[in-house]
Each structure stands twice: as C-alpha cells, then as structure tokens.
Design a protein around this ligand. Structure first.
Ligand SMILES: *Cc1c(COP(=O)(O)O)cnc(C)c1O
Length: 381
C-alpha cells in the first residue's frame, strides 16, 4: 500500500530570531511513514541525532546530548531545575537581556536558589564585577548560568572567559546557547561548559519542537543525586532513557526528529566553518545596506554576535512597525519587533537557510518601503 502526499510550497524568508528558514530537504524529511517511537528503527534515529548534536560542538568523548520534547526554554528549565546542587548553594545568573531574565524567572518559579547580577542590556557583561561577586560569595554558589548570544539585542557574551571563571570557582556552568549553537564556533573540547543548551529551530536550521542539551557526562552523573523537584524535565532521567533504552521517556515529536537529522546532515555537508562564514557575510551585507539606508544599530558593532541586529526605529511620523512588518510579510519576508527597554528597536536576524540574494531582496524592499512612505530622514535632529 502506498499513499501520495505532497504539495508545492512558496519559499518564505524568516528574519525573525527563530524559528529560522529551513531548506526544502529539511521540510521533506518530515514526510515519513507513521512509526511508533518505541521501535528499534526510531531508537537508531535517536542515537544518531544525539551523536551528531554532540559533534556540532566538538563534544566527543566527554559529552552526551539529551533531547527534550520542548521548545528551547523547556531545555533551559530542565537544566536549571535538574543540575543545580540546591542543597549546597545557589546558581548565579548573569543577566544582560530578556533571556538571562527568563533564567531567573525559571529559578524563582521552581524554587531553585538563585542570585543574579544584572548588567546593561546594550553592552556585554563586565567580567571583573562577576569575578568579585564570586570571590565574595565563594562556597555559597554552586553553578553559573548565562546566555551566550543574547538574542534580545544581538550581543555576544564572552563564552570562554565566563566558563573559565566558573571553573576557577568549581562551579557547574550552564549556558543558554540557543541562538549561537551551529551559528558560531563553539568547541567543548576547549571550553569546558557543563550544559550547553540549544533548540532544533535556530542556527541548526531544523523544525521547532526539540530542546537540545549537550551535557558533560560526569556532571550529568553527579546531577543524578541532586534534588530536582521536576518530573518530565528531569535531565538525568531523560538522558538515562535515551542512552540505555534508546527511547524518549515520553512521546517525542517524531517528525521533528527526522527533520533535525536532515538539518544536522546539511550542517556537516556545508561544514561548520562555511556555515559560520555564510552567516557572518549575511550580517555584513545587512549592516552595510541598512547603514546606507540611514539606520542606526542599538549596540556598537564591535559587540555584535553577527547573528542578529537590533536597529533603532525611525523617529518619523509616517513610520509604524506593524505597517512595515505587514509590507514585508505580504512579500514573503518576516521581520521582528525589538525588546530593548530603553530604545524602540526592531530586529533582523541573519540565521537560517538564507542566501546573499535574500538579504539583497530585503534591503531593496526596505529602500522601497522608506521611499514609498516618504520616511526620510530616519532620525531628524
Ligand atoms: C530563542 C531563544 C530562547 C527561547 O527559545 P524558545 O524555543 O522560544 O523557548 C532562549 N534563549 C535564547 C538566547 C534564545 O535566542
């Protein structure tokens, strides 16, 4: 018995910070025969995907990937609620954006003891302040958690330095690398993060629905004894089931897993180096073109992760974000509002299965939008 399923889809360009644009091959990979995820064949898929997720960040042999049927935030929640030795102390959260703030909210809502240091949302964190906080609170902090690429405004926090600082104090290091994993070089063989968190739908260019945790095996084993206060999101139990039984604890997003394997294969075919360079070159095209159109960035370019840029909204009576969004959406391009507390911004991401032509199209349409609406100058004195 066979059945024919398929239709033509028009290609959309997503410039929002995830889910990102996916290739036709990744979309097609979801079209599979129905399968019970407890079958051995699916178990092999789980094993392969876990292996490949670890390889993306050079995690062999010390790391294990744990997959979670959740959005990225679910994976952050799993790590914070499972992997902090709360009997012995608190997790220190470094906060310079909405996603650091979200880590704190997760701890507060689930009773994980936490402390936080908040920085300006428009600049990278200050290592000296963090170091002196750690020195002062030594012995009462057991873990350090921070965001690598703060997608709120597009800032890159110093992964190596922050991890080294955490390790200097013997802390478990938990990193939200949601929108940097597979978009910027991360090498766990050189940077000893304990829990590196991402999701299936950002720079890895898969479908939404899976959280990815690349975890240090020894840290995971230690966490088994920690009091967790969770059930579905117990990281060790999810790991044990995936490693020992080659099964998810509960029903996984079956088709999303097939798509993730296709996306991982595309990553290795493109190669990490070429992916990172493609993203960086899309960023340069974007920044150069937007600057030429008169836009200003919220953050100094030297601090840009080169994956997403927050632009200051034009200060002009005929400018309206929703109208601009709708103009682009009608032409197959999705843009995203900003999240800065001090300035009105909108955000353009350059992640996903995008080409230089896509960026050129976006810039040409932006020029047309500004001209046809008479939005000039963008920022009158
Ligand atoms: C996108 C993102 C998240 C949240 O991901 P969801 O999949 O929407 O839960 C968390 N942290 C960062 C840094 C992100 O960019």
């Amino acid at each position: 018995m066979t059945e024919r399923i398929g239709k033509e889809l028009s290609r959309k360009i997503l410039l929002n910070p995830g889910p990102a644009t996916t290739s036709a091959a990744v979309k097609r990979a979801q079209l599979v025969e129905d399968i019970c995820p407890r079958e051995a064949e699916f178990g092999e898929l789980i094993a392969r995907v876990r292996e490949k997720c670890t390889t993306v960040v050079h995690g062999h042999p010390g790391y294990e990937t744990v997959l979670l049927g959740a959005s990225g935030t679910g994976a952050v929640e799993a790590c914070l609620t499972s992997c902090v030795n709360r009997e012995r102390g608190a997790v220190l959260i470094i906060e310079n954006g909405a996603y650091g703030e979200r880590m704190k909210a997760i701890c507060q809502s689930s009773g994980v003891p936490c402390e936080s240091i908040a920085f300006d949302w428009e600049a990278p964190v200050d290592l000296k302040i963090i170091a002196s906080h750690l020195a002062e609170r030594s012995g009462r902090i057991t873990a350090l958690a921070f965001v690598h690429h703060e997608t709120t405004v597009g800032i890159l926090n110093p992964l190596d330095e922050l991890t080294a600082l955490g390790k200097q104090y013997g802390l478990e290091v938990i990193v939200d690398a949601m929108s940097s994993y597979a978009g910027i070089k991360i090498d766990l063989s050189a940077t000893p993060v304990d829990y590196l968190i991402s999701s299936s739908n950002k720079c890895i260019q898969g479908m939404a629905g899976l959280g990815i945790v690349v975890a240090n095996r020894e840290a995971l084993e230690r966490s088994r004894k920690y009091r967790s206060g969770n059930y579905y999101f117990n990281l060790y139990e999810n790991y044990r089931s995936q490693k020992m039984e080659r099964q998810f604890l509960f029903t996984p997003p079956v088709q999303v897993l097939y798509a993730l394997e296709a996306a991982l294969d595309e990553f290795f075919t493109e190669t990490g180096e070429a992916r990172f360079e493609r993203y960086a070159s899309l960023y340069r095209i974007l920044l150069e073109g937007m600057t030429r159109l008169g836009f200003k960035t919220l953050v100094e370019p030297e601090h840009h992760a080169m994956l997403l840029t927050a632009f200051i909204e034009p200060d002009h009576p005929r400018y309206d974000f929703d109208a601009m969004h709708n103009f682009f959406f009608a032409r197959g391009i999705t843009i995203y509002p900003g999240k800065s507390p001090r300035h009105d911004t909108f955000r353009i991401a350059n992640i996903g299965d995008l080409t230089a032509d896509d960026m050129a199209l976006f810039l040409r349409l932006m020029g047309e939008y500004l001209t046809s609406h008479g939005i000039s100058p963008l920022y009158p004195q």
